[in-house]
Design a protein around this ligand. Structure first.
Ligand code: AMP
Length: 115
């Protein structure tokens, strides 16, 4: 059994967070340490520790996370200017919270990530 993280408490509204969207599948809230004017985390309500733990059963859920991210980008007014979606997996990527999350980052020129 994977251990719960602070994100499970955010999903259950047990600790404060600036939640911008929630439904029965996902929760989205502003990152506590924003790296850009818009920095929002989209997480599944179900605990999946890392991207390595995603299974075929989660296909719809992961697709839903991307759709929610795109909708939030529109709400934030950064859909046309652009944004980046990032999911870190394990140590070399710097994953700190072991409950998968998609970073939605934008609102400024982010530069090139690769190359
Ligand atoms: P990662 O390095 O991909 O695991 O990212 C974890 C992210 O969670 C970091 O950007 C943190 O700033 C963010 N974070 C950690 N705790 C909280 C919290 N209580 N509320 C909002 N964001 C958080």
């Amino acid at each position: 059994m994977a251990e719960e993280t602070i994100f499970s408490k955010i999903i259950r509204h047990e600790i404060p967070a600036d939640i911008v969207f929630q439904d029965d599948k996902v929760t989205a809230f502003r990152d506590i340490s924003p790296q850009a004017p818009t920095h929002i985390l989209i997480i599944p309500n179900k605990l999946i520790p890392t991207v390595n733990h995603v299974t075929e059963q989660d296909e719809q859920l992961l697709g839903h996370m991307v759709i929610v991210a795109a909708n939030i980008a529109k709400q934030e007014g950064i859909d046309e200017s652009g944004y980046r979606l990032i999911m870190n997996c394990n140590k070399d990527a710097g994953q700190e919270v072991f409950h998968i999350h998609m970073h939605l980052i934008g609102g400024k020129n982010l530069g090139r990530l690769i190359g």
